[in-house]
Design a protein around this ligand. Structure first.
Ligand code: HEM
Length: 364
């Protein structure tokens, strides 16, 4: 018999392992009473989310493998953008998926809520792993929660397997995507100067000082304009604009030392018309798009929960909606958001030095 004989033919159900998959929506073994229609809906929606989380983790790990290298080949940038854009779309889809959850009425949920005990999405190890992989700083988490310690506790109680813990530890012990991105940005050639090359410190200093100066000059124009059109008194307007410029100067020189990573980021965002910078800028934008989409997903979850359980405590023991709303303040890619505040219109910026370095190869 050959492989394409009817009995060996690959089938839809066989390929997708549907027999196994479709037996998993009735609750854990021996679960009684069997889930009602509402409860099965609840289980299916959760499982669908977890399947998408699985794919998100895979996409992010692929991105991580490409980005977390000492030399990131230029031609790999589109591939990273592709992975990240897929994750953005999945989060967008998931934001809408809460609408399906919302077809469960508050009373319909209360009918089986007690059966859940203390189980909660709070224990979703895939969601936690993707936060760690992205690089969410623990200091931002409510109560400074340490997800690795939490996962170890769950493993000790037998609530997650050793293999889940091992995977989680591996992700926790490597540089996050945020850190890998920062290292890559620190290697950005700025005004044609390569990181670590002779005279680089001077070149970076001059770029940073030039930008802050451009902000000051532009700030003066903005102040004069606002006062001229009668939209404010000079003193408060000046204080606000100058504080913005000071913040930018500090951002670029945290603790008095220039951050090459932030300078690189500012350079890419400022001179986006340079051909060599267009994919790096697209990559940065993909990270921002992903985080925005994830935040909208978090907000939509909070609104769905508010509609479902009001201001009650969550099954995981948190304050519920207030906790979920607090998670919408999280920012993983803090620098990528912050740099937006300090951009200056292109005509007001100093010209790029060694612009030919960033040209199309065909223009050489
Ligand atoms: C009736 C539907 C739902 C309600 C009322 C609800 C409620 C809550 C509440 C109150 C929390 C805060 C933690 C706690 O105290 O339990 C939470 C967290 C969470 N839920 Fe839901 N949820 C629902 C559906 C879902 C679904 C379908 C998913 C998909 C996997 C999900 C994923 C999560 C995750 C990942 C967290 C942790 C958020 C974080 O810590 O950043 N939830 N949920």
């Amino acid at each position: 018999m050959t492989d394409d004989a009817p009995s060996h033919r690959m089938t839809y159900g066989g390929y997708l392992q549907l027999d196994e998959l479709l037996t998993l929506q009735d609750g854990p073994q021996g679960y009684s009473p069997a889930p009602s229609n509402d409860e099965q809906h609840f289980i299916i929606v959760h499982q669908a989310f977890e399947l998408w989380f699985k794919l998100i983790l895979r996409e992010l790990k692929e991105t991580h493998a490409l980005l977390n290298q000492e030399h990131v080949p230029e031609e790999k940038l589109p591939q990273m953008v592709h992975h990240l854009d897929r994750v953005t779309e999945i989060f967008r889809l998931l934001s809408n998926q809460w609408k399906v959850m919302e077809t469960l009425t508050p009373q319909g949920f209360l009918a089986f809520r007690d059966k859940l005990g203390t189980s909660s999405g709070f224990e979703s190890w895939q969601m936690r792993e993707l936060e760690v992989l992205l690089g969410l700083d623990n200091a931002q988490r409510m109560g400074g929660m340490d997800p690795l310690l939490h996962m170890k506790k769950l493993a000790k109680e037998g609530k997650v397997t050793e293999s889940v813990l091992a995977d989680f530890e591996a992700t926790s012990n490597q540089p996050s995507l945020r850190e890998a991105l920062s290292s890559w940005l620190a290697r950005t050639p700025i005004n044609g100067s390569l990181a670590g090359s002779e005279g680089d410190s001077k070149a970076i200093e001059s770029f940073v000082d030039g930008h802050v100066e451009a902000m000051r000059t532009h700030g003066e124009e903005v102040i004069a304009h606002i006062v001229a059109i009668g939209h404010g008194e000079e003193a408060p307007v000046r204080a606000r604009i100058e504080a913005g410029t000071e913040q930018a100067a500090e951002f670029l020189r945290p603790d008095g030392i220039i951050s090459r990573s932030r300078a690189g980021l500012l350079f890419i965002e400022s001179y986006r018309e340079l051909p060599l910078l267009s994919w790096p800028r697209k990559l940065i934008d993909s990270f921002v798009g992903l985080e925005q989409s994830m935040l909208l997903f978090r907000s939509a979850h909070a609104r769905m929960v508010e509609r479902m359980i009001g201001r009650r405590m969550g099954t995981g023991g948190s304050s519920g909606v207030d906790y979920l709303d607090a998670t919408t303040k999280y920012r993983v890619f803090v620098d990528l958001w912050a740099v937006r505040t300090m951009l200056v219109k292109r005509e007001a910026l100093p010209n790029v030095e060694q612009a030919e370095f960033y040209g199309f190869a065909a223009n050489d």
